[in-house]
Ligand binder design. Sequence first.
Ligand SMILES: C[S@@+](CC[C@H](N)C(=O)[O-])C[C@H]1O[C@@H](n2cnc3c(N)ncnc32)[C@H](O)[C@@H]1O
Length: 268
Amino acid sequence: MTNTHAARDIDTSRPHSARMYDYYLGGKDHFEVDKKAAETVAAAYPGIFVCARENRAFMHRATRVLAQEHGIRQWLDIGTGIPTEPNLHQVAQSVVPEARVVYADNDPLVLKYAERLMRSTPQGRTTYIEADVNDPDTLLSAPELGEVLDLDRPVALSLNALMHFVTDAQDPYGIVDRLLSALPSGSALALSHCTPDFDPATWQKVTDIYTGAGTPVRFRSREDVARFFDGLHLLDPGITVGHRWRPDGVPAATDAEVSLWTGVGIKP
Ligand SMILES: C[S@@+](CC[C@H](N)C(=O)[O-])C[C@H]1O[C@@H](n2cnc3c(N)ncnc32)[C@H](O)[C@@H]1O
């Protein structure tokens, strides 16, 4: 992608997490600055490509399980990322065509491609809002959200590879509590989160690269990730490394390559 594609608000002078992630996934919607930063991460942690792929695969499986086994028909997906097929609504609507999905991200580049996220089935509905997870009240009160989601019925809150961009000082647990408090009983939290648990030295390097590039990160331990699910009923198999959460086949990657804690919980 060249800078001529850049919209007014897109800062191409420094790398951005959504565009670096697009590079890890083999996408085309990133700039040279993102590619360089992503290659620095990959030099320190070659597993990053596996991690990104397994993260998407977890999102697909968690979405299907929630639709097929828990009657979920609505999703609020925050930290959506640059559209990558299949997107969450495509997975959900392949199981339940009437599924409704609200996407939210704070990267203007994601907004630029948002129409790709809105190609819904005729029975379902999707929309995109530009919003910051650090301001959950503004996000929850967005008129577009209220037009698509019925907050009196269960909603799956999908926070995939997002909360490690929220530092401790930004109150990550308070944010997730606030979001869940707006959702009724029977709602769900599906969350994935990078972890230093399997290779602390490598993940310190990754932390330094992101932080040095202007994106503070806080990769968390299993215990810290488990805290996001406090008060929820965790679905089997509990909190596991991404490729071990209800795998479709025999997991091929190593836990250290994936380095991602994942879980799905239901609000009682
Ligand atoms: C690693 S990508 C994950 C994309 C997608 N959820 C997935 O799992 O495939 C992280 C996304 O979170 C977004 N993000 C980071 N900080 C955010 C914030 N404070 N509010 C909303 N989105 C944020 C980034 O713009 C990026 O699109």
